[in-house]
Design a protein around this ligand. Structure first.
Ligand code: PEP
Ligand code: CO
Length: 478
């Protein structure tokens, strides 16, 4: 999926580095892929048949990996660039993928939106964009309660397609280990299709028309987007005229994957050592992240993540403290390694101004260099008048804009965004250019978990980031 997969310099750079800025990586002490099992593991499913679970995991352990260690190492270097302001991270996709939506149209529409957004960002920020999908494995979900009660009937909560079924029946809600194998297969199908599309030229900057969604032309933002496309096309032509040839590097883009590293048995089964590479790699995804509900310093998720070479995302909510963050960074990134940590804050529009500064201050005091990313979705979930879960576009943009300001005001840098979005024409978040209302939510609400930005709202978000960065530039910030 990553085109410069073979340009890995990780071993020399981090292990034998002569660069005094880069501390050598020391082996994580007393860590094994299963050492998390001696710690309290939050948000895990209870499988009634342990033998069946063991058999499925044994099978999973021997299946080919979904990503390679070269790609993981290469992403770590790109994330280090994002932290330094040399690139910008765009991370996005579904809240939860579903097995049923492992379909070519859903996958290619999601890819189209991410490509269009990155084109807007490249054009406006004049920076290369690192694209990381929330896909090819985003099948497990944390829940606020272990059980769900409807009309007096209580059943185990739905924990994502990797674990059990969403239908509210006793059979569907029993955790089924065969789902781990189905999840791996669907992740592999998704990866295969994405890699095929990209290698086949779908992501070629010379042909952004491939990314048009059927209804783009009716969008209120269509003309703004199409004039950007024209401007990119003419810049490309200009560069190629000067170079006297097609610019090969611009034909292809990198795409990486990410998911919440929640189901630890599944992550462990896909964690491997690789010939001629140092350390252990979780080869189920390039960028696993630790969710807000599983970030306890003495918990199993932190234990698992500290030992793998993948870059690690950590979600930071309003409850995060300086002490907690200090411990997390010391445990997961004891070597202060460039590109190792992605701090994804999701404070909520009302909390970001007060909640974020202490965390930035903490990182500055520790002289750390994480990549800061804003997830303006998860702190802004609310119930619409009908009771359905929604997010208001105005709150999402307010959190993001405030986050840019808070970082710039403290001499820090917001280096990316993390969004829940889809290429489907859904109505799950209100507001945006079409000013969707609570009533519109009835029309096309498909998410089984969190509400996502639709195509137009996503594109609008990319344009807003560009405008915000431009206004900060004019004000001499950021
Ligand atoms: C998510 O990213 O879907 C999620 C559950 O996030 P958080 O852990 O930040 O609530
Ligand atoms: Co979510």
């Amino acid at each position: 999926m990553c085109n410069d997969a073979f340009s890995n310099t990780d071993r020399t750079r981090f292990v034998n580095s002569n660069d005094p800025q880069v501390a050598p990586v020391t082996e994580p002490k007393d860590w094994q892929p299963d050492s998390w099992q001696s710690k309290p593991a939050a948000q895990q499913a209870t499988y009634p048949d342990q033998d069946a679970l063991g058999a499925a995991l044994e099978h999973l352990k021997n299946l080919p990996p979904l990503v390679t260690s070269w790609e993981v190492n290469s992403l770590r270097e790109l994330l280090a660039d994002c932290a330094q302001g040399r690139r910008f991270l765009l991370q996005g996709g579904d809240c939860a993928e579903t097995f049923a939506e492992c379909r070519s149209d859903v996958i290619s529409n999601r890819l189209k939106v991410l490509l269009q957004m990155s084109l807007v960002l490249i054009h406006g920020l004049e920076l290369p964009v690192v694209r990381v999908g929330r896909f090819a494995g985003q099948y497990a979900k944390p829940r606020s309660a272990d059980d769900e009660t409807r009309d007096g009937v209580t059943l185990p909560s739905f924990r994502g397609d990797l674990v059990n079924g969403a239908e509210f029946t006793p059979e569907a809600r029993i955790p089924d280990p065969q789902r781990l194998l189905k999840g791996h297969a669907r992740s592999a199908m998704t990866m295969n299709f994405v890699r095929g599309l990209i290698d086949g030229g779908f992501a070629d900057l010379h042909h952004p028309e491939y990314w048009d969604l059927a209804w783009v032309h009716h969008s209120p933002r269509a003309s703004e987007y199409h004039s950007m496309v024209e401007s990119v096309a003419s810049s490309l032509k200009f560069i190629e005229t000067l170079a006297g040839r097609q610019v090969g590097a611009l034909k292809r883009v990198d795409f990486f994957t990410s998911h919440e590293a929640l189901h630890l048995h599944s992550e462990q089964a896909q964690t491997r050592q690789v010939p001629r590479q140092w350390g252990w790699f979780d080869l189920s995804t390039h960028l696993p992240w630790i969710g807000m509900r599983t970030a306890a310093v003495d918990g199993a998720h932190v234990e698992f993540c500290r030992g793998i070479r993948n870059p690690i995302g950590i979600k930071l909510g309003p409850a995060m403290t300086q002490e907690w963050l200090t411990e997390l960074l010391d445990i997961i990134d004891p070597n202060n390694e460039p590109g190792r940590i992605v701090l994804i804050h999701r404070m909520g529009a009302d909390n970001v101004e007060s909640g974020l500064p202490p965390l930035i201050e903490c990182v500055q005091r520790m002289q750390r260099q994480p990549l800061w990313v804003c997830d303006p979705m998860h702190g802004n979930t609310e119930s619409a008048s009908s009771g359905v879960k929604t997010r208001r576009f105005g709150n999402i943009t307010r959190e993001l804009e405030t986050a840019f300001d808070v970082h710039a005001g403290m001499g820090s840098r917001l280096g990316g965004v993390h969004l829940e979005l889809t290429g489907e024409n859904v109505t799950e978040c209100t507001g945006g250019a079409r000013d969707l209302t609570d009533d519109d939510l009835r029309r096309a609400y498909k998410s089984t978990v969190d509400p996502r930005l639709n195509y137009e709202q996503s594109l609008e978000m990319a344009m807003l980031i560009v405008k915000k960065k431009a206004s900060q530039g004019r004000a001499g910030l950021g």
